[in-house]
Design a protein around this ligand. Structure first.
Ligand code: HEC
Ligand code: HEC
Length: 500
């Protein structure tokens, strides 16, 4: 036992004894006894010898206890405090991880990982690109290096307010979100705990640059894929009424055939209501055959074997009560298999029915999206002329020009190039401005006539309420890149930007 609880135990015991004595002292004196205030006072001899000695001995004992005990108590207090803080932080990180990873369907959490990736390595969010209405995979940045770019207050700001015009939701209760202060702290403590080393952060630059240059080289293929995907979306909308009808019929049948409540399963074993149940799994032989046939037929007509993760081509064997595996690959009782398919059918119907009901307007939207994609393909605004960049800003050095462009695209474009986060088919001229201001037409040279000031700004980022450059007013939104990019690389970006 450590000293703290022992001290408390002693104090409580002494207090309890004191209280008992106090309670007793108020009782009426027993016969023959004289109340202390009526008794004759003790004589001087008695007072100055026995009594005095006793009192002084007690005083000495208590002083000694204070003199030795309290310093010992204080000496251990610091360690106890830091151990407590450590444990507190550990628990906070654990809660933050849960909030980050889990979502409403799996537990209590905000599902950040669904967009930012497991371990916050970066990911994508399904989002409607505003101008075209096309559904895109919007880039969600890695957060395992976010504290190299933003300080804690700045990260908190994005958590509370989200980022308008992007899929990043506002989480703070002050703006109607679900996260209270404690949860925001937990999230940040978790993010803090998974930050990669600075060496690793710096080492990512080469790969990031290569990815961006590859994207430009693969532009044609990227467009072909985007057009195909949009064509599939259009096809799905066109098929929606027919699909809704097939699913609707199946759901009706499913409701009639397999809505046996789970609790009745045991009763059904002896005496299946719908006929002979050879494998005693709660579904009669006839129903098993019927369900198998119906689903097979539906799969043919739908032209697909699965709905989400659930297979709809199931074969229920009347002689085997575990004919199929579920979507997790576990052997599953036939009645449960039938119920799983029914649930998947219902969910799919829920998604398709509204599309079928509003087919005309939704189709018009998707076709406009297709037209926008074709326009973007023809305009080819994403195109990069590395030679021209080299001539303009890098004295003909194509390698430096490519790296400057690649670094800008990987680290800056998501806030300074309109459409970049929605993918190459939506990307317009570099530096056209998005969350961050436009950097085109020599704007950065006006803002930072001195190159070194420009470099300094990229290294440190902006601070809320603090001016920068010629007429800039910081909001703390522009991250600092000094910890994740070498100064050499930052100078390449700066040269590239000054030529935009
Ligand atoms: C629906 C998808 C989605 C969810 C859920 C989501 N985010 Fe985001 N988040 C984004 C996107 C996209 C961005 C980048 C926005 C942009 O394009 O500027 C972003 C930006 C951020 C940023 C700013 C980082 C930077 O470098 O610009 C932080 C911090 C952040 N998110 C934290 C979180 C946390 C913590 C959660 C969970 C509470 C969360 N996000 C949930 C999509 C999401
Ligand atoms: C998360 C979004 C974001 C990213 C990423 C980002 N910026 Fe910014 N940038 C901003 C915002 C917003 C401002 C305006 C300052 C503010 O609001 O605090 C800004 C301002 C600037 C300015 C000043 C422009 C002016 O005329 O006022 C320059 C130059 C700049 N950024 C360059 C860069 C470079 C270079 C990178 C990449 C290394 C980059 N930015 C990455 C958001 C971003």
């Amino acid at each position: 036992m450590s000293f703290g609880p022992l001290a408390v135990a002693i104090a409580v015991t002494v207090l309890a004894i004191g209280l008992i004595l106090l309670a007793n002292s108020g009782r009426a004196p027993r016969t023959g006894e004289v109340a202390p205030n009526l008794a004759p006072p003790a004589s001087n001899e008695e007072m100055e010898s026995k009594r005095l000695n006793k009192t002084l001995t007690w005083a000495l004992a208590v002083s000694a206890f204070m003199a030795v005990g309290l310093p010992i108590y204080f000496a251990t207090e610091l360690g106890r405090q830091s151990a407590f803080e450590e444990k507190f932080l550990e628990e906070s990180i654990h809660r933050g991880e849960e909030l980050f990873v889990e979502d409403g369907t799996t537990g209590h959490g905000f599902g950040c990982a669904g967009c930012h990736g497991a371990g916050a390595v970066g990911g994508a969010a399904t989002y409607n690109e505003a101008k075209s209405g096309v559904t895109v995979a919007w880039e969600a940045p890695a957060l395992n290096d976010v504290f190299y770019r933003y300080d804690r207050d700045e990260v908190r700001y994005w958590l509370v307010y989200g980022r308008q015009g992007t899929p990043m939701p506002a989480w703070g209760v002050e703006v109607g979100g679900p996260a209270n202060d404690q949860e925001l702290d937990d999230l940040m403590n978790y993010l803090d705990s998974i930050q990669i080393s600075q060496a690793d952060a710096l080492a990512q630059a080469d790969g990031n640059v290569a990815d961006e240059i590859l994207k430009v080289q693969d532009a044609e293929a990227i467009f072909v894929e985007a057009l195909e995907e949009q064509q599939m979306t259009i096809q799905e909308i066109e098929d929606a009424p027919a699909v809704a009808q097939i699913l609707g019929n199946l759901v009706r049948v499913a409701d009639e055939e397999i809505n046996t409540p789970a609790g009745e399963l045991t009763q059904l074993l002896a005496n299946a209501p719908n006929g002979l149940d050879t494998d005693r799994d709660g579904l009669s032989d006839d129903d098993e055959a019927k369900i198998t046939r119906l689903l097979d037929d539906a799969a043919d007509r739908l032209g697909r074997d699965t709905l989400g993760a659930t297979s709809i081509r199931v074969e229920l064997d009347p002689n085997n009560s575990f004919s199929e595996l579920n979507s997790l690959g576990e052997p599953t009782r036939d009645l449960q298999t039938a119920r799983n398919v029914a649930a998947a059918l219902r969910a799919e119907l829920g998604a398709v029915a509204p599309v079928a009901a509003n087919q005309e307007s939704i189709l018009a939207g998707a076709e406009a999206g297709m037209a926008a994609l074709l326009d973007n393909q023809a305009a080819a605004k994403y195109q990069v002329d590395f030679e021209a960049i080299a001539e303009r800003s890098f004295e003909g050095d194509i390698e430096a020009a490519s790296r400057g462009y690649g670094l800008y695209s990987a680290y800056c474009a998501r806030c300074h190039t309109s459409g970049w986060s929605a993918g190459l088919p939506f990307t317009v001229e570099p530096g056209s401005g998005a969350l961050g201001p436009s950097l085109r037409d020599g704007r950065t040279i006006v803002q930072f006539p001195d190159v070194d000031e420009h470099v300094d700004f990229i290294i440190n980022g902006s601070e809320n309420g603090i001016g920068y450059g010629t007429n800039g007013i910081g909001r703390g939104w522009m991250p600092g890149f000094g910890a994740v990019l070498t100064e050499e690389d930052i100078r390449l970006i700066v040269e590239y930007e000054r030529g935009l």
